[in-house]
Design a protein around this ligand. Structure first.
Ligand code: ATP
Ligand code: MG
Ligand code: MG
Length: 556
């Protein structure tokens, strides 16, 4: 019996299980190439691969698809493992490396030659594509090397392995059908020569398999029943099945494709993300502006929010671009119960409370949670003390000398509530020689302690503040979208769409309780957004990232 979400993949697996295929077992895999960090698109695939396996009582393998020696690195393997774990998934004993199968790929290549299903070809890939493969409307023509004998092919393949030939000088091709309507079946290359150091097999090999030859065999070797991948592999499925059949491997896996995730205002290919890192457009793979799992984590995303987002977008066959506002909306919902409310002022303006004694400090009780909020397990549950003094800071934007109509914040002659403190009335401003406002003067109503309005009086506006004497300087990194256009990836000029203002570093004034915040702590800074203490934080000097602003742009 299967509980949980329903979609075409789960429907298919349910009927395979019901029909007793593979003895009713479900084995999936998540197969990243360790050539970069995982991004939010991979999170979708991870949620599907691991999620489906779990729901059907099966298992999901984590497999490094490490067949390209020049781009891969052990640091990426480690980052991938860290990120999959952080997302909340567990491969248990089932960690695999495609590079462990190099010998088996080779043996099956000799078998294909013996079965006359593959041959060694001397044409370069360019020559073959331009002059032999043909087009959609026109059949291709056979390579002049297609008729080589089994003995000749075996001898050449063995010499290829020994390193007698240069990169690209020879290639092993499948002998399939040069007139197939599926271009992928027109004698595709299976194994190529590449003299390069591999991060795991070192210099043992100068032959490396191509994706279409390797991937299906990896699935077969591991007993994968359902090989789930993205739609760009639809045309490769026939070749996937051909290789399984032609090599006569005993286990037959099945490939099924779903739509990849695209998100607005970002790029999502590892090649481009690598360009952003190498070109120093961002601080690294884990820069909080990156759509990588590591970047999202450092920004303050939770694994729960990412999993919930993946559940909401679902699994479908039509390609679409998801509005990043949905991701942010899901995040806000999750952060709400995890983030105690505190006060910090990002653009400070001094306020003098004329009616409050000069050297006095009053301790006000300030609950961390608004009434009605059920804090998440493990969250701060109590309240804290807030010092109130004659000089405080408010947000510069919360004061207007000539307020527009309907202004509910501070303005000359107007009243406003200071959160958890008092109702104050503005009595005047102080300006410097240039006419810039340097301070605002107010009087407080001592009868409104805690911000309670006098009977019969309504005070519309409430603003946040901090005591000037007790305020801590806080570095706050306010992030905006990394790109200014909705679909930067559409153009080759995508780098021109980078947002020059995607990061602003702000020196904020914060309430004293924040001085002890430690890396990884989350808060809502009242009225400003959700914030996360960054790994650059030092004891007594936390650095905060704005995870997301409070205003929700998602239209439900
Ligand atoms: P990229 O194009 O970003 O380099 P990739 O497909 O080359 O991605 P892999 O490391 O091969 O990266 O991906 C591992 C798995 O994740 C594959 O099964 C792939 O289909 C899936 N995947 C990659 N990008 C997305 C995405 N945007 N949405 C859903 N699944 C994805
Ligand atoms: Mg890939
Ligand atoms: Mg790729």
């Amino acid at each position: 019996h299967h509980e949980g979400p329903s979609d075409f993949i789960r429907e298919m697996i349910r009927s395979d299980v019901a029909a007793g295929k593979h003895g009713g077992k479900v084995v999936t895999r998540f197969p990243p190439e360790p050539n970069g960090f995982l991004h939010i698109g991979h999170a979708k695939a991870i949620c599907i691969d691991f999620g489906v396996a779990k729901e059907f009582g099966g298992r999901c393998h984590l497999r490094m698809d490490d067949t390209n020696p020049t781009t891969e690195d052990v640091s990426y393997v480690e980052a991938i493992q860290r990120d999959v774990k952080w997302l909340g998934f567990d491969w248990g004993e089932h960690m695999y490396y495609a590079s462990d199968y190099f010998e088996r790929f080779y043996e099956l290549a000799e078998k294909l030659i013996r079965l006359e299903r593959a041959y060694v070809c001397d044409l370069t890939e360019d020559d073959f594509s331009q002059n032999y493969r043909g087009t959609i409307t026109e059949a291709g023509k056979e390579s002049p090397y297609r008729k080589r004998t089994i003995e000749e092919n075996l001898d050449l393949l063995r010499r290829m392995r020994k390193g007698e030939f240069k990169d690209g000088e020879k290639v092993l091709r499948a002998r399939i059908d040069m007139a197939s309507p599926n271009m992928k079946l027109r004698d595709p290359p299976l194994i190529r020569i590449k003299h390069a150091h591999h991060y795991r097999t070192n210099d043992d090999w100068c032959l490396y398999p191509l994706y279409d030859y390797a991937h299906c065999l990896e699935d077969s070797f591991e007993g994968v029943t359902h090989s789930l991948c993205t739609l760009e592999f639809v045309s490769a499925r026939e070749l996937y099945d051909w290789v399984i059949k032609a090599t006569e491997v005993p286990h037959v896996p099945k490939q099924t494709e779903f739509a990849r995730l695209n998100l607005t205002y970002t790029v999502m290919s590892k090649r481009r993300l690598l360009q952003l890192v190498e070109g120093k457009y961002v601080g690294g793979w884990d820069d909080p502006r990156m759509p990588t799992i590591a970047g999202l984590r450092r920004r303050g995303y939770t694994p729960e929010a990412i999993r919930e987002f993946c559940a909401r977008i679902g699994v479908a066959k039509n390609i679409s671009t998801v509005d990043v506002a949905l991701l942010e909306h899901t995040l806000r919902e999750d952060l709400d119960a995890r983030s105690p409310r505190v006060m910090a002022v990002l653009k400070p303006l001094k306020v003098i409370v004329e009616s409050f004694a000069e050297n006095e400090t009053e301790e006000l009780d300030a609950p961390y949670w608004p009434a009605g909020t059920e804090p998440a397990a493990g969250a701060k549950t109590s309240s804290r003390k807030l010092p109130f003094t004659r000089e405080i800071y408010i947000e510069r934007d919360d004061f207007a000398e000539e307020p527009p109509k309907g202004w509910h914040r501070l303005a000359p002659g107007q009243k406003v509530r200071l959160r958890h403190a008092y109702i104050v009335t503005c009595t005047g401003v102080e300006k410097d020689d240039k006419g810039e406002i340097v301070a605002v003067r107010v009087t407080h109503d001592a009868g409104t302690r805690g911000g309670v309005a006098p009977a019969g009086k309504r005070i519309e506006g409430t603003i946040h503040w901090v005591s000037a004497k007790h305020a801590n300087d806080l570095e706050v990194r306010v992030y905006d979208r990394l790109f200014v256009s909705e679909n930067p990836g559409e153009s080759e000029e995508w780098l021109k769409d980078l947002n020059p203002h995607s990061l602003s570093v702000v020196h904020a004034k914060a309430e004293p309780s924040l001085a002890s915040a430690r890396e990884g702590e989350r808060f809502q800074f009242e009225r400003l957004g959700f914030f996360f203490a960054d790994s650059d934080s030092k004891a007594g000097a936390p650095v905060f990232n704005r995870t997301v602003a409070l205003k929700d742009g998602w239209a439900k």
